[in-house]
Design a protein around this ligand. Structure first.
Ligand SMILES: Nc1ncnc2c1ncn2[C@@H]1O[C@H](COP(=O)(O)OP(=O)(O)O)[C@@H](O)[C@H]1O
Ligand SMILES: [Mg+2]
Length: 258
């Protein structure tokens, strides 16, 4: 069975794209066939894997003028494919408004190819608009990155509300895969406080793995590489490999056996 995971938080800069790139490449390194779908018009997941200004992109798939299998690209990692984004996607939400089943266009496309993959990871834009709605409707679960900073919990109520609306109307089985603490700084008391607060609120939904602030993570995209290929021994690599292991472990109870 394929597991489809959205990485969502309407706040920008919390580590969605970083997590999408590095989780999907860590799953691929563990020889799980993985598809990374970039559904953010900024296309940072695509460029972070050296795929730039690609056309056709997920945009053409959503508006129904290209078949998904013709748009998916191989990355340079054997087990990792990418459905790239492109800045054209900016207009998609407006174009999709009048389309029938406008919330399920991505899900319909994914259903055609999902048997080819063990994991599909979707990098969402920083909003709760139609693109994120399509992503949540197409997913088995959602991974919520939370930055260990001031106002970390701000806006999460709105995100949980949206998840509930999607459950009621489009995808009753949507689960929370987990809440991921990102950019944790061991030197800052604030980071510890935020981690405690998030654990108080979300309990065992919070991943044991914490992603530390690590300069190698922020450097890697400018080389078009995931951190595991840019600096395999860095803290960032180790953190994302640990996250992939934790997800593989959590999903090993029958859900993900082919
Ligand atoms: N663990 C980390 N350590 C250092 N920098 C990070 C880390 N995670 C993300 N960043 C940096 O923070 C910025 C925002 O991250 P990004 O993943 O693009 O967030 P989002 O997709 O939620 O907007 C980027 O410049 C990224 O390189
Ligand atoms: Mg992003």
């Amino acid at each position: 069975m394929t597991k489809v995971i959205s990485i969502a938080n309407q706040k920008g800069g919390v580590g969605k794209t970083t997590t999408a790139i590095n989780l999907s490449s860590s799953l691929a390194a563990a020889e799980k066939k993985t598809l990374l779908i970039d559904i953010d018009p900024q296309a940072n997941s695509s460029s972070g894997l050296s795929i730039n200004n690609q056309s056709p992109s997920v945009y053409e798939v959503l508006i129904g003028v290209e078949e998904i299998n013709k748009v998916i690209l191989n990355s340079y990692m054997p087990y990792l494919d990418v459905l790239p984004s492109n800045i054209n996607l900016v207009g998609a939400e407006i174009e999709m408004v009048d389309m029938p089943n406008r919330e399920s266009l991505l899900g319909q496309a994914i259903s055609k190819i999902q048997n080819n993959y063990d994991y599909v990871i979707i990098d969402c834009p920083p909003s709760l608009g139609l693109l994120t709605l399509n992503s949540l409707s197409a997913s088995n679960s959602v991974l919520i990155p939370v930055q260990c900073e001031y106002f970390a919990l701000e806006g999460l109520g709105q995100l949980l509300n949206t998840i509930n609306i999607v459950k009621q109307h489009f995808n009753k089985d949507l689960a929370i895969e987990g809440v991921l603490l990102t950019m944790f700084d061991v030197r800052l008391r604030l980071s510890q406080q935020v981690a405690e607060e998030v654990r108080k609120y979300f309990g065992d939904k919070v991943f044991k793995t914490i992603i530390h602030r690590n300069v190698r993570i922020s450097e890697a995209p400018s080389y078009g590489k995931p951190v595991i290929l840019y600096d395999a021994v860095s803290t960032g690599s180790q953190n994302y490999i640990a996250l992939a292991s934790e997800i593989l472990e959590r999903n090993s109870n029958g859900i993900n056996i082919n």
